[in-house]
Design a protein around this ligand. Sequence first.
Ligand code: GSH
Length: 206
Amino acid sequence: MSLILVVGTKRFSSWSLRPWLALKATGAPFEEVEIALRQPGTKAEILKWSAAGKVPVLVDDGVQIWDSLAICEYLAERFPEAGLWPDDPVARAVARSVSAEMHAGFPVLRQQCSMDLLLDSPLADPSPELLTEIARIDALWSDCRARFGGGGRFLFGRFTIADAMYAPVVTRFATYHLPLGPVAAAYRDAVLAWPALAEWKADIRS
Ligand SMILES: N[C@@H](CCC(=O)N[C@@H](CS)C(=O)NCC(=O)O)C(=O)O
């Protein structure tokens, strides 16, 4: 087995963090290639791995899988014993829905609060559009925790792809000190305490 995960600069590459966390959760050994983003040669470097021109890219015995959510889905099938999706079909359907909502949504948060894992910068006056997205995220996390979270500290109890998809959202809440209710705040803290996230942060070259 030869697994290579190609990621972008660990400080900034929120899309790369997601499948990296999922792959870590499988326990499978893998090689990692980090490409420096925002450099003149970035695109050319990424194109060596994927014609789509974006990271992350997973290469499994020469087969390329690109796009964060597609990689997570692939890992769930490749490593069924890792339980990357919830076991219960209803929980699994909701986990897929919230993951897709993140993958396709929250444009204001992504634009106004970009992921920077070395930054600590309270946002004094969040825009109404941002507050609307914050409220949706708070409701979504609180709802998942209440309905499915009983068996652990994550959205569906144990760590799943849904948590991987929201991990860079969690870090934004911490970086920009965005408001959360008590249930969502406890979830944020659980993700921030996840050892794999600390491992990713430890690799950051400032
Ligand atoms: N929808 C894609 C988005 C991937 C993406 O935008 N990646 C950024 C880094 S976080 C990238 O490759 N930027 C480099 C470029 O566009 O040249 C996914 O989920 O993987």
